[in-house]
Write a protein that binds this ligand. Structure first.
Ligand code: KIV
Length: 273
């Protein structure tokens, strides 16, 4: 049962997330990529659902988030929104759909909003994509920022290791976070950075800061739902807490089904017409 008993049925909006930060109520966010999972996650009382471009890894089996297309993100997001009544649904803008051309960025963000029913978009980066974010915001589209380990830049980083450990990168991250707040982003995701820096950022800006591998001093947490449910056992970073072992549950159920089919135990007399 959800522990979030207050306002458990009230629709989550960007304004409500701002209120949650103000009163110190932590924000719980998970990814989803399809109708059935989104419905389960929403019914459990999650505040925000991210249709992450991690769908590229989790759903499509790619090694990085780079190959997923705008059409594929719109497909995943439209499946998710059909299953959600309460949570705020945020859709990632995929690699190549916004960087370097703010007019294209706006057109692609509009497509996401129109065709999927998502309520906000998320973009990775700081100063280098400021113009794209500003143009998207002019259309009344809520934007969530994403700093720290930004997986769309994996080929620049060359590693998924913790970011902003050095002073220069930490200072740049703080500047970017303040800029994203100032131009009007409604929230900010910080991925895989030192907990002390993440806490400092969360205390320095008024918009909610949602962490993944960024410690407990921020305003909320996000995890990839397949990772926290233990469906995807190959991925075990230090920051991940597993809340279920669905890999084992599914393996046992499928093995049992195979046994029953092979032994002609399934279907039995009650399971046929
Ligand atoms: O794509 C994704 O799932 C994300 C989260 C890891 C924050 O961006």
């Amino acid at each position: 049962m959800s522990t979030n008993t207050v306002d458990n049925k009230r629709k989550v909006t960007t304004a409500r997330l701002a209120e949650m930060k103000q009163r110190g109520e932590k924000i719980a966010m998970l990814t989803s990529y399809d109708y059935s999972m989104a419905k389960l996650v929403d019914e459990a009382g999650i505040d925000m659902i991210l249709v992450g471009d991690s769908a590229s890894n989790v759903m499509a089996g790619n090694a990085t988030t780079l190959p997923i297309t705008l059409d594929q993100m719109i497909y995943h997001a439209s499946c998710v929104t059909r299953g959600v009544t309460r949570a705020l649904v945020v859709c990632d803008m995929p690699f190549g759909s916004y960087q370097g051309n703010s007019k294209e960025a706006l057109a692609n963000a509009v497509r996401i909003m129109k065709e999927s029913g998502a309520e906000a978009v998320k973009l990775e980066g700081g100063a280098e994509i400021r113009e794209c974010i500003e143009r998207i915001l002019t259309a009344g589209i809520p934007v969530c920022g994403h700093l720290g380990l930004t997986p769309q830049s994996i080929n620049k980083f060359g590693t998924y290791a913790v970011r902003a450990k050095e002073e220069a990168e930490a200072a740049r991250l703080m500047e970017d976070a303040k800029m994203l707040e100032q131009i009007g982003c409604f929230a900010l995701v910080l991925e895989k950075i030192p907990a002390a820096l993440a806490e400092k950022v969360a205390k320095s800006i008024s918009i909610p800061v949602i962490g993944i591998g960024a410690g407990g001093g921020v305003d909320g947490q996000v995890l990839v739902v397949h990772d926290m449910l233990g469906i995807n056992k190959g991925f075990s970073p230090k920051f991940l807490r597993r809340y279920a072992d669905l890999d084992t549950v599914i393996n046992e159920a499928v093995s049992h089904y195979i046994e029953d089919v092979k032994s002609s135990d399934f279907p039995n007399a009650q399971e046929q017409y």
